[in-house]
Design a binder for this molecule. Sequence first.
Ligand SMILES: Cc1ncc(COP(=O)(O)O)c(C=O)c1O
Length: 421
Amino acid sequence: MYISAILSIEMALNLATIRRQFPILEEKVGNRPLIYLDNAATAQKPLAVLDAMRHFYLHDNANPHRGMHILAERATAALEDARASVTSFLHARHPREIVFTKNATEGINIVANGLGKKWTKGDAVVVSVLEHHSNVVPWLQLKEARGIDVEWIDVDEEGKLDLSSLDRLLKKGNVRLVSVTALSNVFGIRPPLEEIIRRAHAAGALVLVDAAQSVAHGPTDVAALNCDFLVFSGHKLYGPTGIGVLYGKESLLATLPPLLGGGMMIQQVTEQSFVPADVPARFEGGTPPVAEAVGLHAAIDWLLQFDWKDIADHERALLGLAQEELTAVPGLTILGPKDVAHRAGTICFTVDGIHPHDLTHLLGERGICLRAGHHCAQPLHARFSLPATTRLSVALYNTPDEIRSVAPAIRDVLQLLKAEN
Ligand SMILES: Cc1ncc(COP(=O)(O)O)c(C=O)c1O
């Protein structure tokens, strides 16, 4: 069913050329090829990213914004060029709306710290059952510290958000923020962001979008979405670890106090007080991750050479193939949307009679890199009474043959375990 789609898309993307830009994909596990299907955890990095970071350290390295010499000027330009690139990547209005962070987690913490200082008992944050712990724990910390309520949008069996539960919560009139993922790292489903944002804004609530999973799988347009905040991590976007982005509407960022105090985030410091810098510098205390910003810039340039539609078609074809093949494995249950058209990035599953950790470990020995556990989404796993699942997640460099190797390997492992028992 997916074969003709896969063949034509392979030609559109030229997978062989793409894969040559990821030498790590040539690694072997024993004498077997390494098959990397753990991209939702972190994507591999193309040579363009590694080369850009190496070039920075070889030719441009200095502490930005502080010096008056040539290298400091180059480092400052590299950092601000990266900010401009992210601005255009997200369709933000101005680079002042782009804060460099360590990762998506830090971005959410900056917003929680800043907004939370203004909230008191009775105020509420709404999250969905799909959320990653990064978009849960900062709000639970505010619950502990400020006595706010953390309320939940439920999902159905396929992971679709129950928007009537959102409406019920919004009607109470105390919701200050709705914080929701753009793409579930477990169910691979995209909540209807436009609708959520429209309803939240109508009720006077702000909206934060966790785009950690979605950024690598399709375009992100903060202006069209009209979200108030959005976060992502560079490392899931073929960029380096150690850098992430917080987007915020400038008028909102300007009202938030900084999370980290230190150098570079101030206008003035006296013995007894300080005045924070304007945005975005006020949220970037300390020496920023300049080489990582250069790497992120290179990753964005690298990714944008492709058509988003080709990427989406290719990845959907891979997921469709995976879904078809995995469904045929006896005892295997796939979580999330049944129709692959509603899925991106990820497929999570369980297999009767085998713990996901054992299955994933034994597949790892065969060179197939998946992930097992609760994927930092314990409330979601608890909602479906699952201690853990196994996750297969794709990137644009994955091939149909890699996907085809998974189901037979699972059958192999099951056979082996049956023979042992
Ligand atoms: C949906 C989602 N949100 C947030 C995060 C946190 O990303 P990071 O650990 O890079 O901050 C992840 C990471 O897996 C994620 O999948």
